[in-house]
Design a protein around this ligand. Structure first.
Ligand SMILES: O=C(O)CCC(=O)C(=O)O
Ligand SMILES: [Fe+2]
Length: 182
């Protein structure tokens, strides 16, 4: 786990720098706002589901990730799907590849240029494992678009997480960036 987290962390730092190159984001933004202890690793286990051949059963309900960027390492079972142009597409497992998801914070930072991808995991009759590394800023970090006019208002990561938590409690789901539209 430690080796994977270190490799994912090194990779993600390179990726965010490349992706942010033309966004006008301050040169040291990620260094200044993303200390090692604000990112985390989630180990997912999806139990086998005997009903999954006749019914759609979620291992993970449709969601976007609450971070800048996620690095997902999955086994060969499959089940991850992503939403594109209103349709769900299966992500074919590739032992030679990692899955990189744009998260909500990168969408806000890029003023909607990069889209936080909606994804879900559908259960199958086989047990499945994945590991996801979530690259996040510290709670007090401010997230805002560096191009104007911004489509989302400026917010702190803490405020963003609190709003999501409140929405889940009040209406049963995360509303996400929509809440911060100007
Ligand atoms: O298990 C997967 O392939 C995706 C996991 C995921 O989307 C998450 O943990 O947020
Ligand atoms: Fe996710």
């Amino acid at each position: 786990m430690e080796r994977f987290a270190k490799a994912a962390s090194d990779l993600v730092k390179t990726l965010v720098e490349i992706l942010a190159q033309d966004l006008g984001v301050q040169f040291t933004y990620f260094q200044d706002n993303c200390p090692p202890n604000s990112s985390y690793l989630r180990m997912n286990r999806y139990p086998p589901c005997p009903y999954s051949s006749s019914k759609l059963v979620f291992g993970l309900i449709p969601h976007t990730d609450t971070d800048f960027l996620s690095v997902v390492y999955e086994d060969q079972i499959g089940g991850l799907q992503l939403l594109k142009d209103g349709r769900w597409f299966r992500v074919k497992p590739n032992p030679e590849a990692l899955v990189i998801n744009i998260g909500d914070l990168f969408e806000a930072l890029s003023n909607g240029v990069y889209k936080s991808v909606r994804h879900q995991v559908v259960a199958t009759q086989f047990e499945r494992f994945s590991a996801a590394y979530f690259f996040c800023p510290s709670d007090e970090s401010m997230v805002e678009s560096y191009s104007q006019p911004g489509i989302y208002r400026k917010f702190s990561f803490k405020e963003y997480k609190q709003q999501n938590k409140k929405d889940v409690q009040d209406i049963g789901e995360k509303v996400g960036l929509q809440r911060f539209l100007l």
